[in-house]
Design a protein. Structure first.
Length: 425
């Protein structure tokens, strides 16, 4: 048995359905972010920067790209003989097979993995948030309060509080009440979904609640630890940048915040680096006629046109006469001559034909998923093809290889959906 003081369990199996077509073929933690990263790079980098060298990554939905990205953990110095990173998918047992049905159920199904390290503490993380946090500081807070459970929390606007688990604390930050997504919140101190448990307490709570359907931390484990009268639960207030990029608009906003003149979330700090898997790509190339202003440009990208206020991934080609404004363009995408891209999210391996215009017209609610495709953003799914001369309106989505025959009068109006792939492909 290898003794570890604290190990991390990183929940990375979620579909991320509110990101729409961006997660149709890839788990949310594997979605590109910031030009060269993927979302899971942030909690993994936080772990190694915090001195945590044993991480279990729990995968489920569309895990292929995520697994390939993590590999054996070399990029994060997590390729260890003792510890390191271990990918933990659901598996077949002798008596039954079961998918992960809730956040705590996923942890429950990996008790043997945690027992192998006999940790004093277990850190529970989500794989789909953008932030920098020193988990060692949180652990020091946990120890100093002799806590059984510590929940990372931060204030949110009261009008948003009902979307979170809400903590009510005393003057010492001990939690007196915990409310999971209350209709009328009495506090705005929201759980970030980051927990430190004493391992013995967590193990007991998981086993005691093992028969709960869709076993969940917020609904079952935290209330159990708090309400049994024995648990000492504390709130560790975090005051840094933290973003749940769970919607297309929050994802777009988080990328745009990276290119502020003084970014609230700074990718360039030497003392807290964000690590990722790096491909062997040539340098960027900017032609003599190109213009790039206030943008992030990934490796291997060639720009012959104009790019303003945008985040451009790796190995992207932007041809002559193209203008890109306020957009996110992911890896291996080509935008052909004289196209204009306005406030768009273009996924990986997309081809935009000559003279295409994205983001035209007025804002109209999307006809199929108005709660997903909104805020004027045009969304193009991965490996899509947009033929030459097409105009696409705001709040629209296109997914798949399309031809001119798919567009009436060479246009897709605002709020329209064109899906040539299908929901289950």
């Amino acid at each position: 048995m290898i003794k570890k003081e604290m190990i991390a369990m990183l929940l990375a199996g979620g579909q991320g359905s509110r990101l729409g077509v961006l997660t149709s073929k890839v788990a949310k933690p594997a979605v590109s972010f910031g030009g060269k990263y993927r979302i899971i790079d942030f909690p993994l980098s936080n772990c190694i920067n915090s001195g945590i060298d044993t991480v279990g990554v729990l995968t489920q939905y569309r895990p292929l790209r995520l697994n390939a990205h993590i590999g054996i953990g070399i990029s994060w110095d997590l390729d260890r003989n003792e510890g390191g990173v271990t990918v933990l998918p659901p598996y077949e047992k002798s008596t039954n097979s079961e998918w992960y049905t809730g956040t705590a159920n996923a942890i429950l199904q990996n008790i043997d993995f945690m027992d192998m390290y006999n940790p004093d503490y277990v850190l529970i993380l989500s794989g789909d948030h953008i932030y920098k946090m020193d988990y060692e500081v949180m652990l020091d807070f946990h120890k100093s309060n002799n806590a059984d459970v510590t929940i990372a929390a931060m204030p949110v606007p009261f009008e948003e509080a009902k979307r979170f688990g809400i903590l009510i604390t005393d003057d010492d930050r001990r939690i007196t009440e915990f409310e999971e997504k209350p209709e009328n919140p009495r506090s705005n101190l929201a759980s970030m979904g980051i927990y430190i448990f004493n391992w013995k307490i967590l193990r007991e709570a998981l086993i005691a609640n093992k028969d709960q359907p869709a076993l969940d931390f917020g609904k079952h484990i935290i209330p159990y630890c708090h309400d049994d009268g024995k648990g000492r639960t504390y709130a560790y207030e975090f005051n840094g940048y933290w973003k749940d990029v769970g919607t297309l608009n929050s994802y777009w906003e988080a990328n745009m915040e990276l290119i502020d003149i003084v970014p609230e979330f700074n990718l360039y700090e030497e003392y807290w680096k964000i690590y990722t898997r790096n491909s062997t790509l040539p340098p960027q190339y900017l032609s003599g006629d190109s213009i790039v202003e206030k943008s992030i440009i990934g490796e291997g990208t060639s720009i012959y046109g104009k790019v303003f206020n945008s985040v451009i991934g790796c190995n992207v080609t932007i041809e002559e006469g193209v203008e890109v404004h306020d957009s996110i363009i992911m890896d291996n995408t080509t935008i052909k001559k004289n196209s204009v891209i306005n406030k768009s999210i273009i996924a990986e391996d997309v081809e935009i034909g000559e003279g295409v215009v994205l983001g035209t017209g007025d804002e109209v609610p999307n006809e199929t998923h108005p709660h997903i495709y909104s805020h004027g953003i045009v969304t193009i799914g991965e490996r899509s093809v947009i033929p030459a001369g097409i105009s696409i309106g705001k709040n629209s989505m296109v997914f798949g290889v399309t031809t001119a025959a798919d567009y009436e009068n060479n246009a897709l109006g605002s709020g329209k959906t064109l899906n040539k792939v299908g929901e289950d492909d």
